[in-house]
Ligand binder design. Structure first.
Ligand SMILES: Nc1nc2c(ncn2[C@@H]2O[C@H](COP(=O)(O)OP(=O)(O)OP(=O)(O)O)[C@@H](O)[C@H]2O)c(=O)[nH]1
Ligand SMILES: [Mg+2]
Length: 489
């Protein structure tokens, strides 16, 4: 073998070994992104990743502002058994003419972005660029409410769930479920008949959960979280049980079947989720559509609060002995973000933040998230409106300009999805308690705030790949700085 080819292959081998070692040594930060359905998770991740990759406008993301981010790029994620976050498809929807919001997603997904940067430390700088793997995990907030089931025997869970049905018993599905329970025979001897009843009961109970969610502004607070968000378990027997309160009878096949399914649901769905995904998260953002809830009225706000405290229980060290023993490290940065802040004029952003703080304060106090650094922020991951001032008599009104989605209504007007309008969305009360009281008024009374949905903004597209050059946002950079900034040093 000629000498220089030997030298070449030796250098290649060394380089390969070097990059292998670098890769092994590259630290990983796992960022959990969660929120109840429609909170804005998909838009948040898509915008964060795009802005990182193309170097968007991020003045408050310090490593970027200091010019130390050399590049950011997607790499294959580490977990082969988790679906990949469909970044490209979401980006394509947002780049369409007219732009569309991404489709709703209902299961866990993951994406790895590698950030190459210049270290702040002089000595480290001499070794060349450093790298950080950012693994972003998107999962439905509803799954966190299942944590409460882990310490709860079937009987206690059933009692709580049936109490809920009793309190909200006026809908069709609630009536259907109650009638089903009342018509059950006291004892079901036959195993096949018990199976059929379990299936039918689960169908009724799922319909009830959907109805409860519908009447609560789209928020579901009741476990099992997977009945409405089955992820990959759609149609699985693990999801066929329902709450039943009755004493054990000799020879009855139904109650033991329901108890067994309930336990299997915990063993095969809830525990693995907390063990394999949740316990590995380093940083967490909880996205909250507080404006949507305010707009939805009293029940929606109360339900949002309840759901959030369910979600927060998962971050409370020592709440659940099983979970505490599992989490060797705990989430050290926890961010609550009120999403879609672009529905309000910036003059109201502080109020939105105060409102979220007010809602989560009660939950955080209960959750005693001691040790973790917790922050609350109002943001818009993708800003769909711009601001303007309009004059009404002598008064100046802070308006927002955007294109409402087709079918959106304001007073008597129905929008067609093509027309840009300036609207005065109203103000949030300065006192968060007043905002909640406002929402708690009779649902038919006029509200101080109008929240309508807008089309995504038309973005400047890169000639190369026809995808957005950057995404306008509100405070996304501050959120990034809090969540990952200190790890890019
Ligand atoms: N104006 C505005 N609307 C937003 C923003 N983020 C999300 N939205 C709206 O909220 C909807 C839901 O956002 P997604 O990101 O899909 O929410 P999600 O939490 O992933 O929802 P699921 O996948 O259904 O659980 C979008 O279709 C938009 O209408 C934002 O920054 N600004
Ligand atoms: Mg989604």
């Amino acid at each position: 073998m000629p000498l220089d080819s030997l030298t070449n292959s030796a250098t290649d081998a060394l380089r390969a070994a070097g990059s292998y070692v670098t890769d092994l040594m590259t630290p990983t930060l796992r960022l959990g992104v969660t929120g109840l359905s429609r909170a804005g998770k998909t838009v948040f991740i898509t915008s964060l990743v795009r802005n990182l990759i193309v170097g968007g406008r991020l003045p408050f993301f310090k490593p970027h502002a200091e010019g130390r981010i050399l590049r950011a790029f997607l790499e294959p994620q580490p977990d082969d058994d988790v679906p990949r976050f469909d970044y490209e498809r979401h980006l394509t929807a947002l780049s369409a003419q007219p732009p569309e919001w991404p489709q709703s997603t209902r299961r866990i997904s993951e994406l790895r972005v590698t950030i190459e940067y210049e270290p702040t430390n002089k000595f480290m700088r001499m070794l060349g660029p450093a790298r950080l793997h950012l693994d972003i995990v998107d999962y439905p907030g509803e799954w966190l409410t299942d944590l409460g089931m882990l310490d709860l025997p079937y009987t206690d869970w059933a009692e709580t769930a049936l109490g809920h049905v009793k309190r909200h018993g006026d809908g069709n599905a609630a009536i259907g479920f109650t009638q089903f329970i009342e018509a059950l025979p006291a004892v079901t001897l036959d195993a096949h008949a018990a199976e059929q009843l379990a299936l039918e009961g689960a169908r009724h109970f799922t319909a009830y959960l959907a109805e409860a969610r519908q009447s609560n502004g789209g928020i579901s607070t009741l476990s099992p979280g997977r009945f409405l968000m089955p992820g990959d378990h759609e149609g699985s027997p693990l999801l066929t049980f329902f709450p039943l309160a009755r004493a054990a009878e000799e020879g009855d096949a139904l109650l033991p079947l329901l108890q067994r399914r309930y336990e299997s649901y915990k063993t095969h769905i809830v525990r693995p989720f907390f063990k394999e995904h949740f316990s590995r998260i380093d940083r967490q953002i909880v996205l909250v559509d507080a404006l949507g809830a305010i707009n939805g009225g009293a029940k929606a706000v109360a339900d949002l609060e309840r759901a959030l405290s369910g979600v927060l229980a998962a971050f409370r060290p020592g709440t659940n002995t099983w979970l505490s023993s599992l989490i060797s490290h705990r989430v050290d940065h926890l961010l609550f973000a009120a999403t879609k802040a672009d529905h309000l004029h910036q003059a109201d952003h502080d109020r939105l933040e105060a409102l979220l703080r007010h809602i989560t304060d009660r939950a955080i106090a209960r959750a005693e998230t001691a040790g973790a650094s917790v922050r609350v922020m109002a943001l818009a991951a993708l800003r769909a409106t711009r601001e303007a001032e309009a004059k009404q008599g002598n008064e100046k009104l802070a308006c927002i300009i955007g294109t409402p989605l087709p079918g959106e209504k304001l007073d008597d007007r129905v929008f067609d999805g093509n027309t840009e309008v300036a609207i005065f969305p109203g103000d949030l009360p300065a006192d968060p308690a007043a905002a909640l009281a406002d929402a708690e008024r009779d649902d038919n009374s006029p509200r101080d705030l109008d929240v309508i949905r807008f089309r995504p903004p038309r973005l400047a597209l890169a000639a190369k790949d026809g995808q957005p050059l950057a995404m306008p946002h509100i405070r996304l950079d501050r959120a990034m700085d809090f969540l990952i900034g200190d790890r890019i040093r």
